[in-house]
Design a binder for this molecule. Structure first.
Ligand code: F6R
Length: 242
């Protein structure tokens, strides 16, 4: 794992946005794996600013989301589709058919998972995957204990993840209980990965990764077995408070 340590969240976002900008610049056909949540919000903001300043061809860019809640229609303001529209698609005027997001409203969720995996394969796989990490070490919504061989699948969200994500919903009961997520195997097939982490609450997950061990109890630690991972991390997310 290559490590870039920065002082602030803002600086992490700037570096991550430049990383992605350069990747699109080098390869306009880039298949970009995208994350949602708080961590990458400013990264998208900076990326949009940078592209507006120095335009690049986005017409062939494809994005692939890591996950989506089950039971939220695409129009729901907390669906990850809406997140992508708000943070990337609307400001950059991308066409909806450039993006893949699992359909959490599918009547046949298992079939949706199989099809999602196939769609990624048909795009030629993911070139650059952006990841955040959960407080419990999850990547995508692959919670602790998930098989390293997993493909796209339906997951029951853990209580801790539902509590962590309750801030986006009016009531904690409104947080969906299930999600569709790409699997750990899907993530590991990406040609390169950038992992973003900021804030002291992520420090245990990050330091477990950096100890070099690989354990299903901390899904993020599988990244130790990938040969092209760049971690962009704030100082406070690397130091555990004793
Ligand atoms: C989001 C995702 C999750 C988040 C993680 C951290 O698509 O797959 O793994 O990256 O839950 O979330 P934040 O950034 O909100 O702390």
């Amino acid at each position: 794992v290559n490590i870039i340590t920065v002082d602030h969240h803002k600086h992490m976002s700037k570096i991550a946005s430049e990383f992605i900008y350069e990747a699109i610049h080098r390869n306009p056909n880039l298949v970009l794996g995208v994350a949602t949540g708080s961590t990458p919000e400013q990264t998208y903001e900076r990326l949009v600013e940078k592209i507006k300043q120095d335009p690049i061809d986005l017409s062939k860019l494809k994005t692939v989301n890591l996950d989506e809640y089950v039971g939220l229609p695409r129009e729901h303001e907390e669906s990850y589709w809406q997140y992508m529209i708000q943070h990337l698609y609307a400001p950059l005027e991308l066409s909806i058919d450039q993006g893949l997001v699992p359909d959490g409203m599918s009547a046949n969720l298992d079939e949706e998972c199989i099809q999602y995996e196939r769609k990624i394969e048909r795009l030629g796989g993911i070139d650059l995957q952006m990841l955040g990490v959960g407080v419990n070490g999850h990547i995508g919504f692959n919670e602790p204990g998930t098989s390293f061989d997993s493909n796209t699948h339906v997951v029951e969200l853990t209580e801790s993840t539902r509590i962590a994500n309750a801030r986006f919903f009016q009531n904690q009961q409104d947080v969906p209980t299930k999600a569709i997520t790409v699997g750990i195997s899907t993530i590991m097939k990406s040609r390169s990965i950038i992992l973003l982490a900021s804030g002291n609450e992520k420090a245990t997950a990050v330091s477990t990764l950096l100890k070099g061990e690989v354990s299903p109890e901390w899904p993020v630690t599988i990244l130790n077995q990938h040969d092209d991972v760049t971690l962009i991390v704030t100082k406070d997310a690397i130091e555990t408070e004793e």
